[in-house]
Every structure is written in structure tokens, then in C-alpha cells.
Design a protein around this ligand. Sequence first.
Ligand SMILES: Cc1ncc(COP(=O)(O)O)c(C=O)c1O
Length: 427
Amino acid sequence: MSHQKFRPESLMMSHGHHASDAQGAVKVPVFQTSTFAFRSAEEGKAYFELAYNLRDADGEEAPGMIYSRLNNPNLEVVEQRLSLWDKAEEGAVFSSGMAAISTVMFEFLRPGDLLLYSSPLYGGTMHFISEVLAKIGIGAMGFRAGENADEILSRLRAEGLDRRVAMIYIESPANPTNALTDIEAMSLMAEELSHPGRPVLTVVDNTYMGPLWQHPLELGADLVLYSATKYLGGHSDLIAGAVLGSRELVQRVKNMRTFLGNMATPWTSWMLSRSLETLSLRMEKQCRNAQLIARFLSNHPLVERARYLGLLTEADGEQYEIYRRQCLAPGAMISVYVRGGEKEAFAFLNGLKLFKLAVSLGSTESLAQHPATMTHAGLPPEVLEEMDINGQLVRLSIGIEHPDDLIYDLEQALERVEMAIEEVAAL
Ligand SMILES: Cc1ncc(COP(=O)(O)O)c(C=O)c1O
């Protein structure tokens, strides 16, 4: 029989843990400790030499445990397991998605650099770019999600900014519109913008699709980022983040993490590794549910438009082509534009019984929120308008409940929209 390479879902229960190292425990114990005892002073010295890159590892020599801000068995197990999904050489896990994003930007950007980003972005990331990076002289230029690489390049050249670009940062699909950006085309543009000694990195926030439904590293990205609070954690009970990529780049990110001190704790790491065991089960069920719900919503008379990757057709042109090339499944995030405006959208949200009215996404329970007044409320009105984030828009994150119950819930809440429309007509 030929050798079978085990798939990530088969390895989530065991990878990186040896029962013999933990008195036979099948599960990784929680290593709730801040520091680790060295067997000798020489051993402590050797561990620090490797941790601080003072010399190369000797043959099979592995870095030893020192202090939980640098490393911890729970952190290492979850990093090794996470790396399998994106076929990454190495992973780094953080105390939040924002910690992962900000650490990557601090490590690879310098004053005077320009960050090129797809727009819209998650509101917190946008705030970090426009308020924090701007304060230290790092410039930023947005491009519309889906904008063609040639158009972006000529805009950069026309403004004389092309030699300043140090990173292309992409969120695809965009939160909350589901607009897609071509990751492969952006990676090629990054190569074209790179110059000797100064590579331009392509970094992708894959929170909406990963790690099952899109693999940015295979499409040419250098680093992939996650808010692990979402699908990876999957139960709305932890906050965490992750960065994956080549050993060389992730090592640099880990060094920066050591001095910012924003790694995940042993307990959060343990919770995440437990969540990873059911990741594919949860995400597959969420995606099946979302496809049924998107079909229901797109045919409902009180829904003006539903944006869901699974509803794209050839008539959507380039967006459909990117979807076919780039995504392995349509995901579980649906943007619904209800008829009317904010009043009707609020009537819909207030009428939901099973969906929770809450921000965040990717969890076992279904969630609904209003981007224009909630997650994206900080964006200027002209940006909201340009991005199609208006009063009608409700963002749904689909969970693992029975699909018929979710559809019933949406249907009865949409009746509230009808009542709101009738009230307005009676005025
Ligand atoms: C796409 C995306 N990226 C990053 C983040 C930030 O992650 P966290 O809340 O874990 O810091 C979020 C949070 O909602 C998000 O939606």
C-alpha cells in the first residue's frame, strides 16, 4: 500500500503532541506556567542563543522552553496544527486578530513606506492604518476591492508612489460586502514593485474564508493572517489571531511578538487547539446552511439584493472569474440589502429570534449586524457610499443550527420589514 499523507482534519486531534511527553495524556495538558526550569546553566544558555538568533541550531537541536512570552507547549501545538491547513512552514499565534495584524505591520513597514490596501477593510484594521501608522510616517493608499492591477499600477506611477510601496494588504472577500480581490494578480504586482534588497510583501487577511475555503499562500501571498476569534475559535468564547507563512518571515514576526508581548496565553492556545478538532465539521455545515439561506433570501420579495459568493454567475464577469480561480467554496457570510432603509433593516434585526444581534462572525451560532451603524460606523460617509455600505445592509454570519429553523427565523423577521414599509406608506 502506498504511503498516505494524512489530511489536516485527521491530524487536528494529535499533531505536535506526544502522549509519552505528558504521562500518557491523550490530550495536551494546559501548561499554565509563566517560566520553565532549565536542567543546567549550559542548557539555559543554549536555549537563549537559539531564541535570540545568536547562532544557528546545531543539527537536530530544537529550541527549548524558556518563558511563556517567548514560547509555551500550548502555543507551539496550536501553531503547528494551524500551519497544516495553509501548508505554511510556520505559524505564530496572538492574543487577537488585531495583535497579529499590527505586529506584521510594525515588523515589515518603516517610516516613509507606503501600504497599499484593498478597500473596504475591517474597521479596526482601517483605524490602525489611518491613525496609528500615519502617526509614525507610514503612508497608505486604498484601492477598490476588485480593481484591476494595471489600473492600480498606473495610478501609483502617475502619483510617483510606486517606489515607496512596501506591502500590499488584502482582505478578500471584503468585510462586509463580499467583494473579491485577485490575490494572484496582486502578488504579481508586488513582484513588479519589488526592488533589490526591498521585496514588496503580499499579506492577506483570510478571516472570512480560511483556512478551509481559500489558500492565499498557494496563490502567491507571502503571509496569511487570521482573526482566530472567528472560524478558528468558532464558539464566540475567545479572542485570538494568527500569522502563517515561510519560516523566515514568521520568525521575524515572532521576534517582534516577543517584544510587544502580544502572544496568546496557554489557556487561549489550548481552547484554540480544542476548536481546531471540529473546524472542518463546523465550517462545512455553516457553508451548506449558508447556500440554502442565500437561495431563500435572493428570492424573497422584501430583499432587494443578497450578496453571497455562491450567488455569483457568469453575468458578474470578473468577480465570478476570481471566485472560480481563487475560492474552494462560497463560505458562510451573506450581505442582505433589505427593501427600504435603516428603519426597515432595524425592524428586521429586532425581529430575529434565533439569530443573535451581535458583531463578529464564523461562530457556531448565527449572527446578524448592521455594518453602517456598527462595525463600519467609523468610516467616512463618502467611503461608506462608495463601498455600498448603506442603511439597507445587514450582514449575516451563518452558524450550525438547523437550516429550516434559520430560514423560518429570517422569514418571520422579514414580516417586520413589511410592517415597517406599510407604516411609512400610511404616513
Ligand atoms: C476580517 C477581520 N480581520 C480582523 C479582525 C480583528 O480581529 P480581532 O477582533 O480578533 O482582533 C476582524 C474582527 O472582526 C475581522 O472581521
